[in-house]
Design a protein around this ligand. Structure first.
Ligand SMILES: C[S@@+](CC[C@H](N)C(=O)[O-])C[C@H]1O[C@@H](n2cnc3c(N)ncnc32)[C@H](O)[C@@H]1O
Length: 283
């Protein structure tokens, strides 16, 4: 087996520069995705549950939030393929004995059977080489009355956080953006029909997929935002495909500043976004 189980390519990606950029931007990413976390946590309700698994937990903030929904005998476990992000997550633990982190590939890792009442994820389940196999693996770890609940990105055209950098970077590089379709990546589950098919194929029942219009809002200046978009997202991917020389990189940064400045209002950059709130039951 590869170092990263069934997901060698994504394992390398998230343990390399993009994972390290997420580590550095952890506070900011959590701030801008907090409203979306609340959409997800709305599913958990008011009654304390027992065990929760947070898949693709990144720096662990959502895992720590999940712990608040667990009874005193329960636990929250974050699972992620990225060791740098998990190091950051572990550093946040302040003596909570029922908070755990596992470094593994969610698709192939042998999870405890019928253990978790909830498996949740904020943008951590779109990266599987074989989504049906991965979701079947997650399903096997849920109790019979268990629920899978996650948020993932809707279509590209509805998410300015993705389209803005593509528009700003593409004219300056020798690469063309091609729609990644169902490839593992942020948009891997953005086709609603396919997403439903994947979850049903993995054995889930009562699958509901609710498109939710929301926003990604940041207090970053346009300059800070441009620097971020040079390091994560589809603009960065285009530059990785066809690395530009330093003077072109500077023009790209200016183009990004110009693009995001148009979204600046009252000191905040606001991107319209469309996410899917997905829920599925074992039985
Ligand atoms: C977009 S980030 C989201 C991180 C976090 N959930 C958040 O909302 O801040 C995607 C996360 O999924 C993780 N990931 C990607 N493929 C994975 C896999 N096969 N198994 C476990 N984690 C994976 C990445 O390492 C990364 O931390």
């Amino acid at each position: 087996m590869n170092k990263y189980g069934d997901n060698q390519t994504q394992g390398e990606f998230w343990n390399d520069a993009p994972g390290l950029a997420w580590v550095e931007q952890d506070v900011e990413m959590n701030a801008r995705l907090e409203a979306i976390a609340q959409i997800l946590f709305g599913v958990l309700g008011h009654n304390p549950t027992q065990h929760i698994l947070d898949v693709g937990c990144g720096g662990g903030d959502t895992t720590m939030q999940a712990l608040q929904y667990c009874s005193s005998l329960g636990s929250a476990t974050g699972l992620d393929i990225s060791e740098p992000l998990l190091q950051l997550a572990r550093a946040k633990v302040r003596g909570q004995a029922n908070l755990h982190f596992i470094n593994a590939d969610a698709q192939s890792y042998a999870l405890p059977e019928k253990h978790y009442q909830f498996i949740i994820s904020r943008f951590g389940v779109m990266f599987f080489a074989d989504p049906v196999k991965a979701f079947a693996n997650l399903r096997s770890a849920l109790t019979e009355d268990g629920t899978l609940a996650f948020v993932c990105w809707g279509p590209l055209a509805d998410n300015a956080f993705f389209t803005d950098p593509i528009g700003a970077v593409e004219p300056h590089v020798e690469a063309t953006f091609t729609d990644p379709g169902r490839e593992p990546g942020p948009l891997g589950l953005s086709d609603i029909g396919y997403l439903k098919q994947v979850l049903q194929g993995a054995g889930f029942n009562n699958v509901t997929i609710d498109p939710v219009r929301t926003q990604v809002v940041t207090g970053y200046t346009p300059e800070q935002e441009a620097d971020l978009l040079m390091r994560i997202g589809f603009g960065m991917r285009l530059m990785k495909q066809a690395p530009p020389p330093p003077e072109v990189r500077e023009r790209i940064r200016e183009s990004l500043i110009d693009t995001v400045s148009r979204r600046l209002e009252a000191g905040k950059i606001t991107y319209p976004a469309l996410v899917y709130l997905v829920q599925a039951k074992v039985g």
